[in-house]
Design a protein around this ligand. Structure first.
Ligand code: IDC
Length: 482
């Protein structure tokens, strides 16, 4: 058996805002797991565990066991499968993150109720530092906190996650705009005034979970000044259907992370293939029942119930919407819900149809909007004309768009992207760009390798698409405040 050792990093002062770090020396070649407290408050804390294969050979799976003292429990976790026996929590891969190439790492996280730190930490059955019961050494120095206490004026109703360091209290998009609603064809804020939200979409959570963490969300909220974070939870392709509990908790965690930074969170049930959302009707009932109950009290949540219906009629989409919207409304009556449209959310244009079939036969529900998606290098004047026409009758929300081809790749079409963004600004149509990730494709905003490096702020990490979007999103919002 390969030598296994654990690197244990822990916050030493439980109640104090400052965290100190203790390190157990590693052998030259080992698999490691690093436990870091990323935020703490009086009754609990949030932690991240980075499992790293520091050996020179691939490993096929991993298992981390943490024993917590009596009175301290794990409330929820993400990016891992959690089991508990006594006070010992065992975390195994979530499904997509089992195999680790030499030098590769994966991260999972948890929210803990109680202030006790792990007394034992094992990776693949071996004790930290080679002993059965490692103790966390006392801090050798106190370092300034990486994650200061939130500056919010209102305490979050659930366990907070890391708050931004620079967003002034009361000035975040959610603090200014509050609970959103649809008024006429617009998205309106708490003062019933039309607003436009501008932000970024994740890539598939099953593939790019390592891109969504405290540092990347801080960059989005404070460096990009984004209003909106779309959480793209694929249902197929290794997504929700493979582990509903894990993906639900991952989405909920990201909702919290957006809330802690004053950003709106768009929960995207990312159906794509098969294109008929009714295929996932029961999954959607379960998922939206869970996330709407859990997030009902929050003001920052918007629900997108079907990413891109395709190969299905408008009637089929409408039937799906009229079954899922009541599930959400039962828990969260005032949240805005967005309905996907025919032909990959093209308002039907990509199917040779158009918005008139929706206008003639709208979804029977209030406080809803309709999704429109475009990829600037593929979709041009005729699509823009349809959006302009439809915007007079239907509340539209561009929940996804790319600056490149519809396959997510190719070169940035700057002229078409700029024409689109100017149109959306003029019509006050909100948007989320595909993607805030370091995928190796033209639509990704971050250069390949950015997420592994852990640094997200500034322009050095951006692709051409990312630079364009950051410069557009960073301009002042001017939200009405009365
Ligand atoms: C693409 C991703 C790509 C992935 C593919 C398959 O960019 O890495 O392999 O999905 O799932 C959409 C979809 C969105 C697509 C994107 C680009 O909503 O899931 O992402 N796109 O093809 N609609 C139009 C384009």
């Amino acid at each position: 058996m390969r030598s296994l050792k654990v690197k244990l990093l822990a916050a030493a002062a439980v109640a104090a805002a400052a965290s100190a770090v203790a390190l157990i020396a590693l052998p030259a070649s080992a698999e490691t797991a690093a436990f870091t407290v990323t935020n703490s408050w009086s009754t609990g804390y949030q932690a991240a565990v980075v499992v790293k294969n520091d050996t020179s050979a691939p490993i096929s799976t991993w298992r981390v066991e943490l024993t917590l003292p009596a009175g301290t429990t794990v409330v929820n976790s993400w990016n891992a499968t959690q089991a508990v026996a006594g006070g010992t929590y065992t975390f195994t891969p979530a499904g997509w993150n089992a195999a680790l190439a030499a030098g590769a790492s994966t991260e999972f996280g948890m929210v803990v109720n109680g202030t006790g730190r792990p007394t034992t930490c094992l990776v693949n059955g071996r004790a930290c530092g080679g002993s059965a019961t490692p103790t966390t050494p006392a801090p050798t120095s106190s370092s300034p906190t990486a994650n200061p206490s939130p500056t919010r004026t209102t305490a979050p109703t659930t366990a907070p996650t890391t708050a931004p360091t620079t967003a002034p209290a009361g000035r975040t998009p959610v603090a200014i705009n509050g609970q959103l609603r649809v008024c006429g064809v617009n998205l309106c804020n708490q003062y019933n005034r039309p607003i436009q939200l501008r932000g970024m979409s994740t890539h598939g959570l099953q593939w790019f979970a390592n891109c969504y963490n405290s540092a990347s969300l801080d960059a989005l909220a404070t460096d990009w000044q984004a209003d909106l974070f779309r959480i793209a939870m694929y249902v197929q392709e290794g997504g929700y259907e493979t582990n509903p509990a894990s993906f639900t908790s991952q989405v909920n965690n990201l909702v919290d992370q957006a809330e802690a930074r004053g950003m709106y969170a768009l929960i995207d049930f990312h159906t794509l293939t098969p294109g008929d959302p009714n295929y996932n009707l029961e999954r959607a009932r379960t998922f939206f029942g869970a996330v709407s109950a859990r997030n009902a009290a929050k003001k920052n949540v918007i629900y997108e119930i079907a990413n891109e219906p395709n190969g299905v009629s408008w009637t089929g989409i409408k039937n799906y919407a009229e079954q899922i919207i009541p599930v959400i409304r039962a828990n969260d009556p005032d949240a805005v819900v967005i309905v996907g449209t025919r032909g990959w959310s093209s308002l039907g244009v990509s199917d040779g149809a158009g918005s008139s079939e929706i206008i003639a036969n709208p979804v029977r529900a209030t406080n809803i909007m309709y999704a429109f998606h475009f990829y600037a290098a593929s979709h041009k004047d005729n699509y823009r004309a349809e959006v302009e026409r439809a915007a007079g009758s239907l509340p539209l929300f561009v929940t996804e768009f790319g600056t490149v081809n519809a396959n997510g790749g190719g070169a940035v079409d700057t002229a078409s992207s700029t024409a689109w963004l100017d149109l959306l600004d003029r019509l006050k149509i909100s948007y989320a760009n595909w993607t805030f990730s370091d995928a190796g494709e033209g639509s990704a905003a971050l250069k390949p390798g950015t997420c592994a490096s852990g640094t997200y702020a500034g322009t050095g990490v951006l692709t051409e698409s990312g630079a364009l979007l950051r410069s557009r999103i960073r301009t002042a919002d001017n939200f009405p405040t009365s």
